[in-house]
Ligand binder design. Sequence first.
Ligand code: ZN
Length: 185
Amino acid sequence: MHETNIERLKKVMNNIHDKKIYSISQNTDENWIKEQKEKEEARKLKFDTFISSINEMYTCKDCNKNCRTFGTRLDDKVILKTGLCFDCLIKMETQLKIDGKYEEYQLTKMQNNAKSWLTDFKQQLNTYKKEYSDQIKTYVSDNGEVEDWGGGMDNDDFNKLMDNVYTEIETVVFGEDSEEKNEKI
Ligand SMILES: [Zn+2]
C-alpha cells in the first residue's frame, strides 16, 4: 500500500532527470552543458538521499530486512513505529517477557523516534515541493519557450503526490484514528 505513491514519486523524478539530460544534449555550448550536468547530478544526488532515507526507515534494525521491498502486511504495521520487522518485534517482546523486563519495555521511546523521523521527512518533502516548483519556472528553452520538465505533472499534481506519500507514511506511524494525525504539509 505504501509503495504506490512512493514508487510513483520515484518514477516522476526519474522522468525529470531523463528529460533534462535529453534536452541538455541539444545545446552545443560546452560550458553550459557541463554546468547543467553538474546541477543535474546535484539534484539527482539529493533525490537519492531522499529515497535512501525512506529505505532506511523501512529496514529492520535487527535482521536488516527491507520491509518496503520484502515486507508483509504485518511488517507494514510495525516497521515505521518500532524500527523492527514483525518477526523481530515478536522475538524481542517474547525475550523481554522471559526476562521479566516487559514492564519496562519502552514502546513509547520507539514511537518517539518514529515521530521525530516523520518531522524530518515532512521537511524533506517540503524542500522537494519547492525545488519542483523552482524547476518548472526555471527551465526555459533557447528560443524562450518554457519546457515541460515535470513529466506531464504540474505543480498541483506534484504537491498532491507529495501529500499522499506523507499521509501514507503518517498513517502507518500514527494509525488511522490517531488524534495526532492532523497536520498537513
Ligand atoms: Zn527483522
